[in-house]
Write a protein that binds this ligand. Structure first.
Ligand SMILES: *Cc1c(COP(=O)(O)O)cnc(C)c1O
Length: 357
């Protein structure tokens, strides 16, 4: 496919945030974005990197009514050597295609969008902050744009990628969070959309997340929708439990997202000789493990935080401390290892890291 690149005038460029310590997340977007259109007869076409702008979309577009939308989330990093790095980016586009199948949306050409992403990042690389922990956050998105409010599969789509600087997830240092175990609301049911990265799953999670926030917890630990028993994910991350004799995470059986960070952790810990197991894990076994000391570490895993150590679980009106409330040894080791790879410093035997500029 042809890619047209329309560069912004220097005068139209937006002022860049100057303080890297207050970047936060999702607040700033760079000067360009990528977009392409899909119609049933032409397939994907009009692929363009162009100045960032508003979209013009019909109010009847199917996405607004029936939530036919998918997205991805990944980052580009600035190494100490001033290089620009991507981490497993193709895996994100492959996952986008799996989400597309579930939502009856057209797949994209992984190599084409990956090449295009590299061009976009390099074009806007002045937006890439330099300090450790900062990045350019990348948000590929696909929406159903056909103007029609009959419930059916759209015949037209827009795919776009927006990028923007993101701050360090841990401005006050790497530290454990308090988690609310939801025994009333669930995120995704068997046979539903749980394994697709789609806004609909997030819409379902907002209310329980708000309740947890109001009670002083930063994330919700989701249990399975059928029995309210087995753990699934935490907030917007996958979750790991380190027992004395095994490292456990939930299996990919349709209701959880196949995280790329999750996959990296499985690979690393197995190569380090750990007994890493994907299996169902009941909340009772977790509480029991915390009481007896068999369960020593809990952490979330996702692109935004990389590792999010859990210091406390709150379940059925009772609070349980995890470990000594400090960052666990494995959490720290994984965080250092993965971050080190992402910034192009640590050896990468897996070909996960790509220096693009
Ligand atoms: C994106 C996401 C994750 C984490 O996936 P990564 O590829 O590791 O960033 C986990 N759970 C949900 C629900 C997600 O949307």
């Amino acid at each position: 496919m042809q890619l047209e690149i329309i560069k912004i005038n220097d005068k139209a460029k937006k002022p860049k945030p100057t303080d890297e310590s207050t970047l936060g997340f999702g607040k700033y977007f760079s000067d360009h974005f990528f977009d392409m259109k899909y119609t049933a007869d032409k397939g994907w076409h009009d692929a363009r990197i162009e100045p960032y702008r508003q979209l013009i979309i019909d109010p009847a577009a199917l996405v607004f009514h029936y939530a036919q939308e998918i997205f991805e989330g990944l980052k580009a990093y600035r190494g100490k050597d001033n290089g620009v790095y991507l981490f497993r980016a193709k895996d994100n586009f492959k996952r986008l295609n799996r989400s597309a199948q579930r939502l009856c949306m057209p797949e994209v050409d992984v190599d084409f969008v990956h090449d295009t992403l590299k061009k976009l990042i390099l074009l806007d690389q002045d937006w890439l902050p330099k300090s450790r922990g900062t990045s350019i956050y990348i948000r590929p998105t696909m929406i159903a744009t056909e103007a029609s409010i009959g419930v059916r599969v759209s015949s037209e789509y827009l795919f776009y990628i927006i990028v923007g600087p993101a701050g360090n997830y841990y401005p006050e240092g790497f530290s454990p969070v308090k988690i609310f175990v939801s025994d009333k609301y669930t995120r995704a049911a068997r046979g539903g959309l749980g394994e697709a990265k789609t806004g609909a799953n997030y819409a379902a999670s907002l209310y329980p997340a708000k309740i947890a926030k109001d009670k002083g917890f930063s994330q919700v630990l989701w249990l399975d929708a059928h029995d309210m028993k087995n753990v699934e994910e935490v907030g917007t991350m996958n979750i790991f439990f380190r027992f004395k004799d095994e490292l456990v995470t939930s299996p990919l059986d349709g209701t959880i997202l196949a995280g790329i960070t999750r996959d990296s952790i499985l690979r690393l810990t197995r190569d380090w000789g750990m007994n890493t197991v994907e299996r169902k894990l009941g909340i009772d076994e977790i509480i029991d493990g915390l009481k007896t000391g068999r369960l020593i570490e809990v952490f979330g895993a996702g692109t935004a935080a990389v590792i999010s150590p859990v210091g406390e679980l709150f379940y059925k009106e009772t609070s349980y401390k995890v470990g000594n409330g400090k960052v666990g040894e494995l959490s720290q080791k994984l965080y250092d290892e993965i971050l080190g790879m992402q910034y192009g410093e640590k050896k990468d035997p897996y070909e996960w890291v790509e220096r693009i500029g």
